[in-house]
Each structure stands twice: as C-alpha cells, then as structure tokens.
Design a protein around this ligand. Structure first.
Ligand code: AMP
Length: 561
C-alpha cells in the first residue's frame, strides 16, 4: 500500500499573533503609530518599538489582573494607540480580545458582555459615561481600566476602575527581566466580535490566531488591500468592527505606519489629518468617503494628494463615488466585500489594468464595470452560488443565488450559540447575500436576502436601483426598500437624500432610471428624506426604514404620477 511521504518543512511553526508582535519590536524600524488627540488637531506618536515595549508591560499587567488563557477581555474604545496595544497584549498571553461596538443599543451591549463573560473592560475615557450607565447590568465584569487622561471622580463612575497608564507603570519591569509570552497554538481563540446575525440576539464570531494571521498576510497582497511597508495607513474603519478589516495587524506585519483618528470620524478632522499626516492608504465605508468628497468640494484647495489607494466596503460602493475620487483627487478606491463571519475581507475588486496587447484598460467601460463589482475571491477563499432549490447557480454574470463561502478565515459556527447552526451545516457559510458571478469570478451583489424586493414573482435588485440613483448628480444617498402592494405583492420605494439646492424631483429621477434598469423596476413612489438612518456600523438601516413605513412615519413620500 502506498504511504504518504511527509514534507520536511517546519510545518509546526505556529501562525500566531505573537509573530506579528515580535516584528513590531524587531524589524519595523522607522515605523510609527500616530493617534489624533482629543483636540482633533495635535497627534501623539510612538514608534513600533516603543509600542512593543508597552505591549510587554500590558501583557504583564494583564497577569496581575488575574487574566488567564481563554479569558475574555473587553474593549470599549475608538481607534487609538492604546487599543492597538490591546490588540496584541491580550491575544499574545492567550486571552481573547472582545471588541465591543460602542454604537450598539444598550440592551445589545449588556447581552454581549454577559454572553462573552468579559472579566475586564478597557474603556476610553470619552466613553466612560456611556459605559457607566450599563455597568450595573454586567454580570461577570470584575474591573474596568480607563484609557486616556481622565482622573478621579469621572473615572469613579465605574466600579473598580484603574487608570491604564498607572497599570502600565506598575508593570514596568527591570530591563533585563523580559516578559515570557506563553507558547500558543495557532488554533487558539484570539479575538471575538459580535454581529447582528439574521435573527434574535447578536452572534459572536471567534477568530483564531491562525485565521487572523492568514487574513493579515493577504492584506499585504497586491490583489487585496495591497498594503506594504512603504504605506502610511489611515484606519478609519472602527477597531471595534471586525479588527478594523485587518489594517492594524497588516501594519504590524508589513512594518507600515498606522494613523488612527480616535473618535474623530467627521469629514473636517479627517481632512485635516490627511493634509497633515499624508497617509497613502485609507480604509472606510462609502458614507465616510462620501462625506469627505462633499467636504472637499466645499473646500477647494484641500490637499488629499498623498492618498493613492483606498479600501472601501461594508456596503455597495457607488461607481460615481469611485470615479469622482479618481478624477478629482487622484485617489483610487477599490471595493471589497465580506462580513464579520469572513474576518471580514473575502473578495476584492482589482481588475487587470492592461490588455493582453499591452494597452491600458483604465478608461474602458468594461474596466469600470469590473471595478464596480465586489471583485474576485481572495486567495484561499472559495465561493459558490446556491439557487432556491439548493442547486449550484452557474457563473454567467446574470443568474443570481445566495453566496456561500469557505476558507481558513471563514467562521465554522457562532460562539456558544447554536441557533443558526444550519448556516454552517454543509461546511460552507451561507452568507445571506444574493449575487451573480461572471466568468472571470467577479461577484456582483444584487441584494441582502432579507432586503430583496419581489414584484409580480420576480426579483428587483435594491442595490442596483440604489447604485443607479446615486449616479445622479443631485442624489447624495439612496436606499430602496420593499413596499407592500396588493397587485404585485411588493414594489420598490426609493428613499432619497438630495443634495442641497438640488433641482431633481421624482419624475426627473424616474427619467434618469429609464433605460438603466428594466421598465418594471421603475419606482412608483419616492420618499425624500433628510437623512438615511445608519446602523451601528454605518450601513443604511433598511430595517428601520421598513418599520417607519409600516408605522406610517416615513417622511417626504411622493408618488410618481
Ligand atoms: P458586517 O458583518 O456588519 O460587516 O456586514 C456584512 C454585510 O455587509 C455583508 O453580508 C453584505 O450584505 C454587506 N457588504 C459588505 N461589503 C459589501 C459590498 N462591497 N457591497 C455590498 N454589500 C456589502
């Protein structure tokens, strides 16, 4: 009988965050972490080597707090250096970093802290008042560590609170007494992030050292985020949301500079930060880019020229947004798709820029059609489309089905919750996203399964209608929801935010859509709203729009006559 011949490589070398941590202190010379201060103009800087020393102290301090392997340590914090230190110290001692989304509803926060059984929570001083209200509802939290300048009374709002810097000072060791990190197994849990899930309570996604290590490695690939040692990365996407898309870990791995805006996510402080710190790469959701673009229009002369590459996702990225940035500011925004359950990046849209003959494609419609898709699966991610009957849907660019994915950074189940186990039952994750895939492997999301509009037995893609509406120069934002209809069962209702002093009205928008979408998709009603409500992670909150519609509270409704 033939026998497997085992390779003779160091296959037991573990893929753990400890490797990334070691790089901070050993081979990232010259790289820095920059945090925007509370005044929104000055910054705080530290080299990777300095940060690495503080991580050692923090790791030691976690031990003094009694944190052991497998324990959950919560963070309630914006994007800043201290949060970055926790990103390493907690997993590298074998504990689990639980990043709490500061924008969740209070009941959801109570639920996830208790469900995760967090023992300690590290909280930004600016967020203490918010957390203090909830502290009495937490069952397992023994202590809080307050990060920032807050002293005395205000911090005392939290029971058993300790200042972060004091904790680190106390853990200052004699320089010869290096902290001994434990040997870790790459399959060990490293961090935990809750997502809203499809039904019921939030669901915990428990990342392993291996999954984060592999995902971070791919952020360094040119077909993915494409970050390198030469970059200064502005991570605007919150560190409480899916590890900020892997940007902080990618920066550590590559030895790139990391620029963190703390709580300042509005266009003005971001624009100032870009002008002063000159990042080359930025990652955030489309709404932030949209805000920045409008701000730049109102402030001619704003210098965004350092940015060359930007990662955008979380919801569909309008083609016009990408084109405007590219034409007006020479910033190239590339779209990615993924979800909390996929760490998050699973596909990336980086079309070929050359034709086989050596010509350039960058101005071709075909190239832009590809740029506007969610892109191809990243290396190690496998993707298929499932039809209503469970059979596989062909990759022909037109037929749609639910995306199913598998790969080393895709969740295999939720943490201590079996209520949605059927999503994982086949070894592929059922994502709830509906898409078509073309022959080149480009995924084009047409809807979230819970957002699809079924009219006269046929599907209408809300995402496609939104994209077409947002390509109109007068439209700032558009979210399309299903409206119950006696004859057709459902019809699209387009909620639109118009630019200030815009001239467009409902008939003009229908005219704009005519010829761009099927005739029977044309909406018979609009709602001109002042703002599209957003979820805790900045996506259009269609659930809330549907609820407002059902309660008769949706403003600005205008039928198309
Ligand atoms: P979350 O787990 O909160 O990150 O949300 C994941 C969901 O966001 C996905 O299942 C998609 O519905 C949506 N999403 C993420 N990226 C994109 C994108 N580029 N285009 C359209 N939808 C996206």
């Amino acid at each position: 009988m033939s026998q497997m011949l085992r390779g003779l490589m160091q296959d037991d070398f573990p893929l753990t965050l400890d490797h990334l941590r070691r790089r901070l202190g050993s081979c990232n010379e010259g790289a820095e972490v920059v945090t925007l201060n509370p005044d929104a103009t000055s910054v705080c800087r530290a080299s990777h080597a300095e940060v690495s020393q503080r991580i050692d102290r923090l790791a030691r301090a976690l031990g003094t707090l009694g944190i052991q392997q497998g324990d959950r340590v919560g963070t309630f914090a914006w994007n800043n250096q201290r949060h970055f230190e926790l990103y390493f110290a907690v997993p590298c001692i074998g504990a689990v970093l639980h990043t709490l989304n500061v924008r969740l509803f209070q009941e959801q926060l109570t639920y996830i802290v208790n469900h995760a059984e967090d023992r300690v929570i590290f909280v930004d001083d600016s967020l203490v008042p918010l957390l203090a209200k909830l502290a009495p509802t937490f069952n397992t939290v023994e202590r809080y560590v307050v990060m920032g300048e807050m002293q005395g009374e205000e911090a005392d709002e939290l029971p058993n609170a300790l200042p972060y810097e004091q904790l680190l000072e106390r853990a200052q060791a004699n320089p010869d007494d290096a902290f001994e990190y434990p040997q870790l197994d790459e399959r060990q849990a490293a961090s935990l992030c809750y997502t809203s899930g499809t039904t019921g309570n939030p669901k915990g996604v428990l990342y392993s050292h291996r999954s984060i290590s592999l995902h971070s490695t791919v952020t360094l690939s040119k077909d993915g985020t494409g970050l390198s040692r030469a970059d200064r990365i502005l991570a605007v996407v919150p560190m409480f949301h899916v590890n900020a898309w892997g940007l902080p870990y990618g920066a550590a791995l590559a030895g790139a500079d990391l620029i963190l805006p703390d709580r300042h996510l509005q266009p003005e402080p971001l624009a100032g930060l870009i002008e002063r710190e000159r990042p080359t790469l930025m990652g955030c959701v489309p709404t932030i880019f949209q805000g920045l673009l409008s701000y730049a229009e109102a402030h001619p002369g704003l210098d965004l020229s350092s940015l060359t590459n930007a990662a955008c996702g979380g919801s569909a990225v309008p083609r016009r947004l990408m084109k405007d940035f590219e034409e007006r500011h020479d910033v190239r925004i590339f779209q990615a798709w993924g979800m909390t359950e996929t760490s998050p990046v699973a596909t990336y849209s980086r079309p070929r820029e050359r034709t086989p003959g050596g010509g350039t494609r960058e101005h071709d419609d075909d190239y832009w059609d590809e740029r506007a898709t969610q892109g191809r699966p990243l290396p190690w991610v496998e993707l298929r489309l499932a039809g209503d009957d469970g059979g596989e849907v062909p990759w022909d660019g037109t037929a749609t089905g639910e995306i199913e994915v598998r790969g080393p950074w895709v969740a295999s189940r939720y943490f201590a919750d079996s209520s949605e186990d059927e999503k994982f039952a086949t070894g592929w994750l059922r994502t709830g996203d509906i898409a078509a895939v073309d022959e080149r492997g480009n995924v084009r999301i047409t809807d979230r399964s819970k957002d699809v509009i079924k009219s006269g037995g046929e599907w209408i893609s809300s995402v496609e209608l939104e994209n077409e509406l947002m390509s109109h120069p007068d439209v700032v934002e558009a979210a399309v929801i299903a409206k119950p209809d006696e004859r057709w069962s459902e019809r699209p209702l387009c909620c639109v935010v118009l630019r200030e002093h815009a001239g467009a009205d409902a008939p003009a928008l229908v005219e704009h859509l005519r010829g761009r979408v099927a005739k029977w998709w044309l909406p018979d009603e609009f709602a001109f709203v002042s703002e599209i409500p957003k979820t805790s992670v900045g996506k259009f909150d269609k659930k809330l729009l549907r609820a407002r519609l059902a309660e008769g509270k949706l403003e600005g409704r205008v039928p198309v006559s």
